[in-house]
Write a protein that binds this ligand. Sequence first.
Ligand SMILES: Nc1nc2c(ncn2[C@@H]2O[C@H](COP(=O)(O)OP(=O)(O)OP(=O)(O)O)[C@@H](O)[C@H]2O)c(=O)[nH]1
Length: 310
Amino acid sequence: MNNEPENTAEGTEAPTRSGFVALIGAPNAGKSTLLNQLVGAKVSIVTHKVQTTRTLVRGIVTEGRTQIVFVDTPGIFRPRRRLDKAMVSTAWGGAGDADIVAFLIDAERGIKGDAETILDNLSKVRQPKVLILNKIDRVKPETLLELAAEANRRVPFERTFMISALKGSGCQDVLNYFAEALPEGPWYYPEDQISDLPMRMLAAEITREKIYLRLHQELPYSAHVTTEKWEERKDGSVRIEQVIYVEREGQKKLVLGHKGATIRAIGQAARQELSEILEQPVHLFLFVKVRENWGDDPERYREMGLEFPG
Ligand SMILES: Nc1nc2c(ncn2[C@@H]2O[C@H](COP(=O)(O)OP(=O)(O)OP(=O)(O)O)[C@@H](O)[C@H]2O)c(=O)[nH]1
């Protein structure tokens, strides 16, 4: 084995590589979990609730000489409301810009419903495509082989991977593949950067996740969180003010809870996670406001990085 450092002789270094990989999949396929596993940090929100990812969150992995920028797309499903439509077109837009499209299937669910719709549309995507069968910890090997064969019959995939995003098995193979397959070119981000999601937005996403975890039965998709104020203090702590927008007065009562118990719990959970991520004490202040029909307001879409579907 040659133990010589790679960069001893000038001009003999392998060129750097870089590119974008779009993660496409039905809601709950495990895109956020995989992204977090690959990046090794919590950059995308993971909950049991479907359709939690609204914007294109990027995770950046620098592996050897290659920088892989992952685009975590909102789950692609049949759009119903206007907001849903914006999420779907943003997801397909993300696929169109990527160098490689990775289609993630929940192997336990198989190819049906949304996964089937996506598969049918994927043949129109011109970029190289790879298939990733996820949640193999829940499925028999025979079923996996059948699934892989069925998907490859419909769409020509360059490669098929079988992984557990949750447990990490198979994930390094996926990374190695992208590290080889992406084109030569300079890196887009500094080596130590893992996400380009602005901290204010990440903080808002964290609070939104805590709301979902507590209220997903009662308040399915009608809460939106914005970070209004971010103040670094001399003592090393940060003061963050956020507004939770809901559509109706009744929803505001739900978020507040009896004597403010619910919003206190949401605030505590969000503050704890934020201080772990920021590695500094966080003072978090949450306000709830009613704004009717924010789902039809173009400004909200811009804030979330989505295109207004008109
Ligand atoms: N058993 C098992 N569960 C998994 C695996 N990967 C993800 N999950 C679970 O599947 C659920 C959905 O995962 P997410 O990563 O949020 O899915 P997503 O595709 O990002 O979902 P959306 O944001 O709705 O598009 C979570 O409860 C995960 O813990 C896996 O490999 N094995």
